[in-house]
Design a binder for this molecule. Structure first.
Ligand SMILES: NC(=O)c1ccc[n+]([C@@H]2O[C@H](COP(=O)([O-])OP(=O)(O)OC[C@H]3O[C@@H](n4cnc5c(N)ncnc54)[C@H](OP(=O)(O)O)[C@@H]3O)[C@@H](O)[C@H]2O)c1
Length: 236
């Protein structure tokens, strides 16, 4: 199984790479992020099972570096996990323009572009996993531009699932609640309490890939948010 994981250097993405490399005998993981030290350390632990690419996914050209690396190191892709993402705790109007662009690029445009460019390396039965957030079902007043970028990803993912059904490619939306990762500290807040371990999210993603599920909520009770959330009735 050949898997591409963005955001492989920390939190959910790192836990997923570790789980795949320890639990799947014939896996090849391509981990993508900027922090080379962590990626190198994963490579030293998992050897042939793990390769990595250091790129900044806020720069849209980085997608073509991913394509070249997939071509040379994997050949084909069974699973693409669009997991890289970040937030910034700021009011809408306090954001610098570059922050808005980077948030939208990393959280929304890059996952769509990567899927578009990597689809030709996918065969029938492949999977695309988009890590969104359960926060799209509420109004995240502390993370407004992050929330906007993730609701865009949610919306596009709903339609993408219908488009890729024809090719028998499964699309999984992942909606984590609060997860114990670096996310909140990096976003600018230190006092987030509680939350689920990143390992639990990794396990739920692997199970969803194997069972060809469509949606993953972590913790599972968060699925109730769907009742409150945006009602997207498909029209053509
Ligand atoms: N933690 C939560 O409570 C929570 C809740 C809901 C959804 N999520 C979502 O879960 C996903 C994973 O986040 P996490 O919680 O695991 O956070 P994390 O520990 O901060 O990890 C984020 C990952 O994204 C990568 N990344 C960020 N910006 C990047 C860029 N410009 N280029 C390349 N890679 C970049 C980081 O790598 P480098 O810094 O090395 O580049 C890192 O590997 C994100 O999409 C996030 O929105 C998290």
């Amino acid at each position: 199984m050949n898997v591409v994981v963005t955001g492989a250097s920390s939190g959910i993405g790192k836990a997923l790479c570790e789980l795949l490399c320890t639990s799947k005998p014939n896996v090849k993981v391509l981990g993508i992020a900027r922090n080379e030290l962590v990626l190198k350390e994963l490579k030293s632990r998992y050897d042939d099972k793990f390769n990595y690419l250091v790129v900044d996914l806020s720069k849209l050209d980085s997608v073509y570096e991913v394509v070249d690396t997939v071509k040379s190191s994997l050949g084909y892709v069974d699973v693409l996990v669009n997991n890289a993402g970040f937030g910034i705790y700021k009011d809408v109007l306090s954001h610098e323009v570059k922050e808005v662009i980077d948030l939208v690029n990393v959280n929304f445009i890059t996952p769509i572009l990567l899927t578009k460019e990597l689809i030709r390396f996918m065969r029938e039965g492949a999977t695309v996993v988009n890590v969104i957030t359960a926060g799209i079902y509420v109004l995240m007043c502390k993370l407004p531009i992050y929330g906007a970028s993730k609701i865009a990803l949610h919306y596009a993912t709903e339609v993408l699932r219908r488009e890729l059904r024809r090719k028998s490619i499964n699309v999984i939306s992942v909606y984590p609640g609060i997860i114990k990762t670096e996310f909140h500290r990096r976003a600018g807040i230190d006092n987030v309490r509680g939350g689920v371990e990143a390992d639990e999210v990794a396990k739920a993603i692997v199970k969803a890939i194997e069972k060809r599920e469509k949606e993953v909520y972590i913790p599972r009770y968060l699925k109730i948010l769907k009742l409150l959330g945006p009602k997207l009735i498909p029209i053509s």
